[in-house]
Design a protein around this ligand. Sequence first.
Ligand SMILES: NC(=O)c1ccc[n+]([C@@H]2O[C@H](COP(=O)([O-])OP(=O)(O)OC[C@H]3O[C@@H](n4cnc5c(N)ncnc54)[C@H](OP(=O)(O)O)[C@@H]3O)[C@@H](O)[C@H]2O)c1
Length: 298
Amino acid sequence: MLTVWMARAVVILNLAHMRENMLRGRNVMDITGRTALVTGANRGLGRHLAQQLRDRGAKVYAGARNPQSVDLEGVTPIALDITDPTSVATAADAAGDVSILINNAGISTGTSLLTGDLANIRREFDTGFFGTLSVIRAFAPQLGAHEGSAVLNILSGLSWISFPQAGAYCAAKSAEWSLTNALRLELAPQGTRVSALHVGYMDTDLVRRIEAPKADPADIARIALDGIEADSYEIIADEPARAVLARLSGGVAALYPQLRALPGFLPGQGASKPESGSGLVSGLLVAEDSFDDFGVLG
Ligand SMILES: NC(=O)c1ccc[n+]([C@@H]2O[C@H](COP(=O)([O-])OP(=O)(O)OC[C@H]3O[C@@H](n4cnc5c(N)ncnc54)[C@H](OP(=O)(O)O)[C@@H]3O)[C@@H](O)[C@H]2O)c1
């Protein structure tokens, strides 16, 4: 009987705390004092995320395939290959008290779905889709043990639009977006908020061969963490991602204007010359006039 009353008292106190936060306009998800885990934290965006989480007062597990490659002070390196179920389970056991999980690890093989190596296409899905999924499944119980918790999946503008030369990457990011939506609904009842960050190009190894305007990953990391603290479900980090999102409701004609060049491929339109800016840019077919801000995505 005493236990029931104690449980009720905890629920009432929690509700009062949440209401007070809302009334005062305070963030419900305060990073300070939380335990966070970032996958792929040894370089690129993941390193910035781990560094800034630490600077905001979180205890940080920096997940890396090779934990010795983590060069940040004040974080705890942890071995984590997201495509290896044993590695994922071991990391989940070792970490234990995570309430912020950032699924950042990713690869880009530049593979066409039509003509590319199937093994590369599988690698993209094993990493972006199945890897992210297995990490979330492994950490879900400990996320749920906290009063409020957060999962952030690092997606891309390419979750919403596809380019042939990066078809495998786009498909895997799109699947990861769908995964994000499904798990958001499944994890909400346990108090875990699942969100996604969409971004265009960032200046990291992933797209080092592509010449295009690139965001500073430090800025994107700051936007990501602000988004977590603001309880955002969808964090649109830059103009290129915003430009694609704006075109989603316009359907194929808005997203793929290069089809205008092909007779009968867009309703009511015959053949016309390709858009002036269309062409192969850094290996990706884009209609530049439609995506001035977007450029080409990584
Ligand atoms: N850069 C862009 O323009 C861009 C744009 C949109 C979205 N993104 C997304 O942003 C995220 C971070 O990418 P980035 O730009 O920072 O790339 P990056 O510099 O190439 O870093 C990728 C990170 O992921 C790790 N990783 C890859 N496979 C892994 C696995 N199986 N298990 C654990 N870690 C693994 C890498 O570890 P190793 O050092 O062991 O290889 C590395 O730490 C990715 O999800 C990417 O798709 C990037």
